[in-house]
Design a protein around this ligand. Structure first.
Ligand SMILES: *Cc1c(COP(=O)(O)O)cnc(C)c1O
Length: 430
């Protein structure tokens, strides 16, 4: 047995499913999860001493590669002054100032400890601000594990939501309405059928959580217009896209301004940090400025702020990071397309900037129904074939991959090679 296998056997007796977040367990791809010991640049090292080029980057945060010196240095400096005070600090002010500078729609911002906390708070604020209860989300979008977001689509756009998970009450589910991504007509129908009851429309402006799915031209602006017409708040969940698709996230890239934005992942530089922010008059609803309660013992933690600040400062001051990521993403996906052509395969590649998904389906993927046409057993074999060749992918078809600046041209060539060989191997076996 490998060390990872031994650890997983033990972990299963102590931790539900052996992991602290479900997708890590490799259930969607088979086999045992690798237990990671360390990481550097573009590489992960597991407990057995194997090295992998990796394309998860902690699900986004490690956009500058692992063990990035300026972030490590900031944390080393910070830990000399105690880990937590439960009182305001200079760093929180600097962090807020930087976020407001970088993210176009944000005038005021509150720090929390995860993306889940950010989205839960954002909808509470939206409900408090509008005095309405209902919420529209999109099938296949993930907004963390808050009760209101664990709602599957009903059959048909107007159907009320039903809970996706035991433990979410029917009453909660009734307030969450769902529409297919990229379907403005479905959203308009929901709004009309629930006149003056919808507090907010929340979405990933580019989806990462059903695999990478792009908004159709006009979709984001169409939502903006519908929300304006009906006094509904538009919330962009930029936990994945924030500070990644551009300095100011998807809202900068697409030029559409949400009322509220939720952030996470990159914002903590690898530490547990989230944030939500937006228009002043909405954010002034939040306690103690206003009546909507939201708090956190470790919110704005000085070590986490130090890591996040160092990360965001670097991104803010080095626009060439984004130029490089665009070039890396283009080179990688061009290489994949060439291989598909060569192998006579017609699989779908969705790509924007430093996010991409290779879908094991010939159908264009614009929403969750499309994504679900992917051949999942084939993806599982492809994942294992890539791992065998030293490339660590997200262990599910329904995830985006995340590129970092640590990926050199040479590493990209290696990934393209591994991809072609893996496809050859698994498609022949299919
Ligand atoms: C990861 C993610 C979340 C949840 O963030 P956590 O830090 O895991 O709680 C919310 N929304 C989106 C879009 C995400 O990708």
């Amino acid at each position: 047995m490998t060390k990872s296998e031994q650890l997983f056997e033990k972990a299963k007796t102590l931790i539900p499913g052996g992991v602290n977040s479900p997708v890590r367990a490799f259930r969607a791809v088979g086999g045992n999860p690798l237990f990671i010991k360390s990481a550097n640049g573009a590489y992960l090292f597991d407990e057995d001493g194997n090295r992998y080029i990796e394309l998860i980057n902690s699900w986004g945060p490690m956009i500058l590669g692992h063990a990035f010196e300026p972030v490590e240095e900031a944390v080393r400096e910070a830990i000399q002054h105690s880990f937590s005070f439960g009182a305001p600090t200079r760093k929180e002010v600097e962090m807020a100032e930087l976020i407001v500078e970088m993210v176009p729609s944000v005038e005021k911002v509150r720090m929390v400890n995860s993306g889940t906390e950010a989205t839960m708070a954002a909808i509470r604020v939206a409900r408090g601000f509008t005095g309405r209860d209902k919420l529209i989300k999109f099938e296949g979008c993930y907004h963390g594990h808050g009760d209101s977001f664990l709602i599957a689509a009903g059959s048909g756009a107007i159907t009320m939501g039903t809970p996706d998970s035991p433990g979410v009450t029917r009453a909660t589910a009734l307030d969450t309405l769902t529409a297919p991504y990229n379907d403005l007509g479905a959203v308009e129908k929901l709004i009309n059928a629930n006149a003056n009851q919808i507090a907010a429309v929340i979405l990933e402006p580019v989806v990462g959580n059903m695999g990478c799915v792009l908004p159709d031209p006009g979709f984001l602006q169409g939502l903006r217009d519908l929300c304006d017409k009906n006094d509904i708040l538009l919330i962009f969940d930029e936990v994945m896209t924030g500070f990644r698709l551009a300095k100011g996230g998807a809202q900068e890239r697409f030029g559409v301004t949400p009322d509220l934005t939720t952030m996470g992942k990159i914002i903590g530089g690898g530490m547990p940090v989230g944030a939500y922010g937006g228009r002043k008059e909405i954010m002034d609803m939040v306690s103690p400025a206003g009546p909507v309660y939201q708090a956190g013992t470790l919110s704005g933690n000085p070590i986490a702020m130090s890591a996040g600040l160092a990360m965001l400062r670097y991104l803010n001051e080095h626009p060439e990071v984004y130029t490089q990521l665009e070039a890396t993403g283009a080179k990688l996906t061009d290489g994949f397309r060439n291989s598909l052509l060569k192998l006579g395969l017609n699989f779908t590649i969705n790509h924007i900037g430093s996010m991409y998904t290779l879908f094991m389906t010939e159908r264009p993927v614009a929403n969750f129904v499309d994504a679900k046409t992917a051949d999942l057993p084939l993806f599982g074999r492809y994942f294992q074939a890539m791992l065998k060749r030293g490339v660590y992918l997200a262990p599910s078809q329904f995830e985006s991959l995340f590129l970092s600046v640590a990926l050199t041209d040479q590493l990209v060539d290696q990934i393209v090679w591994a991809n072609e060989e893996s496809l050859k191997e698994v498609v022949e076996r299919a």
